[in-house]
Design a protein around this ligand. Structure first.
Ligand code: DHE
Length: 542
């Protein structure tokens, strides 16, 4: 085991609980070429998403060498090992990284970050492949699946997605994709699934094939998280967009083939201090139903771009000033307002997609992380959208009905207390009265269970369902992650996300009775994380 002292860890967590002296800074050990390559790889796979390729920080703190020198080797090693309640994963105690790898990463932070190459159209074209040309694809659905109820399940560490039949709970196909797929999004017609890997690879799956499978692929960057499709009337299933973390840019593609068409750089000044930022990464993207717009969150500049795709040769981009660092978000129930987290500023930004303007910046507490959020009708305040948080147990409800409930619109109307910080996702469904809140990154017991509130009696608090225990998968950290409804809205699916060498599972809960309905276990379900129901994703039901 690494030589870490609990007192040191307490000291890093704000120092409130420890009077122990800070650890003596220790000099870092230089790395040889092989160690450097390994550290760069681990950094890309585990760290860059939060801390940035250039280590300037965003969801995670900045990690430039000056900071490493100020903090010292022991401090960094302890933090990587144990994590922190502010959202830093416990890479050591979870078993994700070995003691040797943790030492390697702590040392790596003392070295200037290597800058990855740019990735323009020539690089994209070299990786672009149409595996099944459009004219050789089915002209109608060639299978008997209820494709609207298929779930595309990210198998994070195996570079695949599992297509699971929501009706029978059988695996239809395991599709090879990019590394550590982040999300799946649907074309407007629900025929095509677009999958984006952390390595920037986009894969296109055709659900009309006898066995749904890939029909095209392209690598749009070196690191990426988001993909979306055009949904405005007249543009259904025509275009796709993918945003990348590195290079900081987005690319608009032909929908059915993934042929890259237009690349736009996002580098520029930040919204508040107006200083140049070399790495403003593209976070969540949604597709407007009000205009032919992609709505693009640029994390580090704190700006939201309305990218009008009606004329790709004279692209018009409207820039809205929001706040740093923009991350994830979703629509209100009318799909006119986009609510999105600016996590470092502790705000929810609200965009009016009809007027193409910022509507509000709502203060919340602390590090909001809604996923797509949850929409429901509050017995007292009318339609609300809810987010949970990484930094504390608060679940914040924001009024979203400026017409029927003007006095509550874009205001925090209620704050519920959940199981604790480390929450990533919250979910309900128009047909349900349950509000499900995970605490997947909580460093202790709450990561093993789910909290469920009754929407009609929110003051009564929550019930805890021990989903990791129900899954009975044996040893490992097995975090309970991301509620996702089936198409009918009567089942909720959860990932029991274990490490690669341990058993993971998907637990299906009956929404009405809150009882276990099915545990889906299969040796092919390696590290399942995000689950995307075709119907709910295509229609933004959440
Ligand atoms: Fe995510 C959504 C970025 C870590 C699972 N994640 C998103 C989105 C972004 C993002 C920008 C919104 C995409 C959109 O809507 O267009 N995620 C990041 C990170 O930068 C971060 C913090 C660190 C990283 O290295 O990637 C990160 N995310 C994770 C995980 O560790 C999770 C839990 C497991 C995994 O598979 O990597 C994870 N992120 C998800 C999921 C969604 C998501 C399941 C989509 C939720 C939805 O309901 O739509």
């Amino acid at each position: 085991k690494a030589d870490v002292k609990p007192a040191d860890v307490a000291a890093q967590r704000g120092g409130q609980t420890s009077s122990a002296p800070a650890p003596e800074p220790t000099a870092a050990t230089p790395l040889n070429e092989q160690q450097m390559a390994r550290a760069t790889e681990i950094y890309f796979q585990r760290c860059a998403g939060c801390h940035g390729v250039l280590r300037k920080g965003a969801t995670g703190k900045p990690l430039t060498p000056d900071i490493a020198h100020a903090k010292g080797f022991d401090y960094l090693r302890s933090l990587i090992y144990f994590g922190s309640p502010a959202g830093m994963p416990n890479w050591g105690t979870s078993g994700d990284l070995t003691d040797e790898e943790i030492d390697l990463m702590a040392n790596f932070l003392f070295i200037e970050p290597p800058q990855p190459p740019e990735w323009g159209l020539p690089q994209m074209m070299e990786t672009w492949k149409v595996l099944v040309p459009v004219d050789q694809r089915p002209t109608k659905k060639e299978n008997d699946y209820n494709t609207d109820n298929i779930f595309s399940v990210t198998l994070r560490d195996s570079g695949q997605v599992a297509l699971i039949d929501g009706d029978t709970k059988e695996i239809i196909n395991i599709v090879e994709t990019g590394y550590a797929v982040h999300i799946s999004r649907l074309s407007h017609s629900s025929r095509y699934i677009y999958v984006i890997g952390r390595d920037g690879k986009v894969d296109l799956i055709d659900l009309w094939m006898k066995t749904p499978d890939r029909v095209a692929e392209v690598k749009i960057g070196i690191e990426a998280r988001s993909v979306e499709t055009s949904k405005f009337k007249g543009y259904e299933d025509k275009l796709a967009i993918a945003g990348s973390y590195w290079p900081p840019q987005f690319v608009i593609m032909d929908g059915p083939t993934l042929k890259p068409i237009k690349i736009v750089d996002t580098r520029g000044p930040t919204v508040d201090t107006q200083e140049y930022h070399p790495e403003p990464r593209v976070a969540a993207i949604v597709s407007s139903l009000e205009h032919p717009d992609f709505i693009v969150n640029v994390k580090e500049t704190g700006r939201i771009l309305l990218v009008d795709y009606s004329d790709l040769e004279a692209l018009t981009i409207t820039t809205l000033d929001a706040a740093r660092f923009l991350h994830d978000g979703g629509w209100d129930s009318t799909k006119r307002y986009f609510l999105t987290a600016a996590n470092e500023s502790d705000k929810i930004a609200v965009v009016d997609s009809r007027e193409r303007k910022m509507k509000a910046l709502v203060d919340v507490d602390k590090i909001p992380h809604p996923g797509r959020g949850a929409n429901f009708v509050h017995p007292k305040y009318g339609p609300v959208w809810a987010t949970s948080a990484l930094g504390n147990e608060k679940i914040t409800l924001i009024g979203t009905d400026p017409e029927g409930h003007a006095e509550h619109a874009w205001k925090v109307v209620q704050v519920l207390k959940g199981q604790g910080g480390g929450s990533l996702f919250i979910k309900t469904h128009p047909k349900s009265t349950n509000l499900w809140v995970d605490t997947a990154l909580h460093p202790a017991d709450p990561s093993q269970s789910i909290a469920v509130f009754d929407i009609n009696n929110l003051d009564a608090g929550y019930e805890v369902l021990p989903l990791a225990e129900w899954a009975d998968v044996g040893p490992g950290p097995k975090r309970v992650l991301q509620p996702e409804y089936n198409m009918q809205g009567d089942e909720v699916w959860f990932s029991i996300w274990n490490t690669m060498n341990q058993t993971s599972a998907i637990v299906v809960v009956d929404d009405k009775t809150r009882k276990l309905k099915k545990v889906i276990k299969d040796e092919r379900l390696i590290t399942p994380t995000g689950k995307f129901n075709v119907y709910n994703t295509a229609h933004d039901v959440y």
